[in-house]
Design a protein. Structure first.
Lengths: 271, 214
């Protein structure tokens, strides 16, 4: 049985420590647990499509995959129904086949770990709305497939709410207002990405200002910085100071040298 | 079960494709079929050291190559990546499992990093102040580090190496890549294109090796 926790952050920390010990600079990407807040004033159809792609795209194996959706107030019922429908209808299979929307996870071990984490969630009180485990794909019975899975009533502080799944599993949580939702967002070790879905500029502004994460999405589910911006993970999601891409890349891969020079002429001899 | 035609992957060190002598190898499996589609060498520590040495040997000439010339192979690489984007995408789908559309989109994000790194002549500029004291000038210049390395994960086999490699070589370093042992076929294809793009030997050595060897 593989361990429930992902080794990504411990490995990143270990390499970063070894680099520091040897006087080398390093930038190490860790794990993630990316939350998204859905407010009642969000465009629900668009938000569902975007979040389904974030949670289930690349079979959830993105470091910027949304794995927790926090609905606020009246958004709960409509979003829960819509995302469950999107999960259940996503076409899973071999990625070279036309029309397939999601491929397998990387290994049998990974599939086993994902399944165990869902079990753990249930044992901690979550309810499975869509169970994507134990479902076969025609013609690919040996493949490492997990279909989209959605769990409701995932408790803050529970193992599933804190652990990176790295599979197509979305946990739903609920908050009474934006402040409570932001508290849930910020009560976690990772800081790779956080998103908000809303039509309110004020809510988006408050979220952008307060969320503890280095990549923020506003009505976006995968806030991956373009090549000309640094990929800005925070907290347990990144060890280092300069990030990957763009000017951070150039600064990381160069060292500065300062040259101060004086040449023998009349001016330089005036002390 | 290993298919008879499963390719044995090679390391690329100092401009040469070399077979690992470690005697240890792993299977690369297509996660959609569970079939082994290639064998990846789990290289030994001395082979990693040889790759670092190849990079160190190439460093002096590469850092003395003007930045405008260092980016010329990157321009060529960018065109080659676009030309082979579909093939790279298919390789990513077969070893990492994501859909072909996702794989091709991943390559687009990688290619954008090559394009940004082609701006190295401006990004490498320093700053200076004339007359910090009477008749005295101060300059800050940027110099490369030497041999640098990246250890990359399985989930973006094409994009994540390109978060690092283009910037590292454009700024005058020699680069060592240890891809995930689950997705080394994309790396091999990428390095075929790097070879074609015309980097001098040793600037971009790769080594497909096990984490435990370090």
């Amino acid at each position: 049985m593989p361990p429930l926790t992902s080794p990504t952050t411990p490995v990143a920390k270990y390499i970063y420590a070894r680099a520091a010990e040897n006087g080398k600079r390093a930038q190490c990407q860790g794990g993630a647990k990316n939350p998204a807040i859905v407010l009642p004033d969000a465009d629900m159809e668009m938000s569902t499509r975007i979040l389904a792609d974030s949670a289930f795209g690349c079979a959830g194996q993105r470091c910027l995959a949304t794995s927790v959706a926090i609905t606020v107030g009246g958004a709960r019922d409509e979003f829960t129904q819509a995302i469950s429908d999107a999960a259940a209808s996503r076409r899973v299979g071999y990625g070279m086949i036309e029309g397939v929307e999601m491929g397998p996870v990387i290994s049998a071990e990974s599939r086993q770990r994902i399944s165990s984490l869902v079990d753990k969630g249930v044992s901690e009180g979550a309810r499975v709305l869509v169970d994507g485990r134990e479902k076969e794909v025609d013609g690919f019975r040996d493949g490492y497939f997990v279909h989209p899975t959605v769990l409701d009533s995932v408790a803050p502080g529970s193992t599933l709410s804190k652990t990176e799944v790295f599979g197509p599993v979305l946990s739903l949580m609920h908050a009474n207002d934006l402040d409570e939702a932001i508290t849930i967002v910020n009560d976690r070790a990772f800081g790779n990405q956080a998103s908000i879905f809303t039509s309110s500029g004020g809510a988006a502004r408050q979220f952008r200002h307060e969320a503890i994460a280095g990549n923020i999405g506003v009505n976006l589910g995968v806030a991956a910085p373009m090549a000309f911006f640094p990929f800005s993970g925070w907290s347990e999601s990144f060890f280092g100071d300069l990030h990957a891409q763009a000017h951070h890349g150039f600064e990381f891969y160069t060292q500065t040298k300062v040259v101060i020079e004086r040449w023998p002429n009349t001016w330089s001899r005036t002390f | 079960m290993i298919e008879a035609q499963a390719e044995v992957l090679l390391n690329y060190v100092g401009g040469q494709w070399v077979r690992s002598q470690s005697g240890s190898q792993g299977e690369v499996r297509n996660p959609a079929t569970a079939q082994a589609i290639a064998l990846v060498p789990l290289s030994a520590a001395d082979e990693v050291n040889a790759a670092v040495a190849a990079g160190a040997a190439a460093f002096k000439e590469w850092r003395n190559t003007p930045v405008v010339d260092r980016i010329k192979p990157l321009f060529k690489l960018r065109d080659l990546l676009i030309k082979h984007q579909d093939e790279l995408g298919r390789t990513i789908t077969d070893e990492a499992g994501k859909t072909h559309g996702e794989a091709v989109a991943e390559m687009a994000r990688g290619i954008e990093n090559v394009e940004v790194a082609c701006g190295a002549p401006i990004m490498m500029q320093g700053v200076n102040n004339e007359d910090i004291a009477r008749g005295i000038d101060e300059h800050m210049i940027r110099q490369p580090l030497g041999v640098v390395a990246a250890i990359t994960p399985f989930n973006f086999p094409g994009m994540i190496p390109l978060w690092y490699l283009p910037y590292a070589v454009a700024s005058g370093n020699c680069f060592l890549l240890k891809p995930s042992e689950k997705v080394p076929m994309t790396t091999q294809l990428l390095y075929r294109l790097l070879e074609e793009a015309g980097f001098p030997p040793g600037v971009e050595p790769t080594n497909e090796t096990a984490l435990t060897s370090g």
